[in-house]
Design a protein around this ligand. Structure first.
Ligand SMILES: [Zn+2]
Ligand SMILES: [Zn+2]
Length: 238
């Protein structure tokens, strides 16, 4: 035998005290209460979480909303906790994935940076080596020539060749030089040709031409050549 309670005639809500009934009336504007002996139940609508504390409340909600599934408070809390745990797990997995991806990006850019710096160190060393070879060539040239004006003419010839290619690398006539046209100005000194070979000129077509392919033109190498020629010229003036 259940204790007598107040039940809302509009939604079936059960109140065991007048106070609770008054509160319900105020909250929902439900004023039609009657005395009831219905048992208190503990059911939440799974679809909209509406709480039903009597069978009448549940039936009314089912009829009005069409919501068919209900669960007890404890089951509801357990389910909500499980859902929350799953959301947290998903979030953690997503964060781990993001971190993993960004670590990979960091590592790859780190590797690229290391490679680039290694490559530039190597090319710097190679350039310095070539430049010192150029310097020796010019020293040898100086020693082979008896007269200052010969040396000056030879150096100026090299300056013009290097300058022309550096300024207009696309122009083939500056990269393809008939050897017979320059050998006299280079005083037939082997070191002069060796200097041009260090600038990547090659002897072509039966030894008739010096040729520097366009793709082989190296701005930095030509700049180093020019520096060495300038140095040799200025040392003559001293
Ligand atoms: Zn009510
Ligand atoms: Zn519902």
């Amino acid at each position: 035998m259940e204790e007598e309670k107040l039940q809302c005639g509009e939604c079936g809500f059960l109140s065991d005290t007048v106070c609770k009934a008054e509160e319900h009336a105020e909250d929902y504007c439900h004023t039609n209460f009657f005395l009831s002996e219905q048992a208190v139940i503990d059911q939440h609508c799974c679809s909209c979480t509406t709480y039903c504390n009597s069978q009448m409340a549940l039936e009314l909600h089912r009829k009005r909303s069409g919501h068919t599934e209900y669960e007890e408070t404890e089951a509801k809390l357990r389910r909500e906790k499980a859902e929350e745990d799953r959301r947290i797990e998903e979030w953690v997995a997503r964060v781990q994935e993001e971190l993993k991806n960004s670590m990979e990006k960091v590592n790859i850019s780190f590797i690229y940076a290391s490679l680039a710096s290694g490559a530039s160190r190597l090319s710097r060393q190679r350039l310095l080596h070539k430049q010192s070879q150029m310097r020796s060539c010019l020293d040898v040239m100086k020693q082979s020539l008896k007269f200052v004006d010969q040396e000056q003419a030879a150096l100026n010839t090299l300056v013009t060749i290097v300058k022309n290619v550096a300024e207009q690398p696309a122009e083939e006539k500056f990269r393809k030089i008939r050897i017979s046209k320059i050998e006299e100005r280079l005083c037939f000194v082997e070191a002069g040709f060796k200097f041009l070979k260090l600038c990547k000129f090659e002897i072509e077509e039966g030894g008739e031409f010096l040729f520097l392919p366009h793709f082989e033109v190296e701005e930095e190498l030509l700049k180093a050549a020019n520096d060495e020629l300038k140095r040799a010229l200025s040392s003559m003036e001293e």
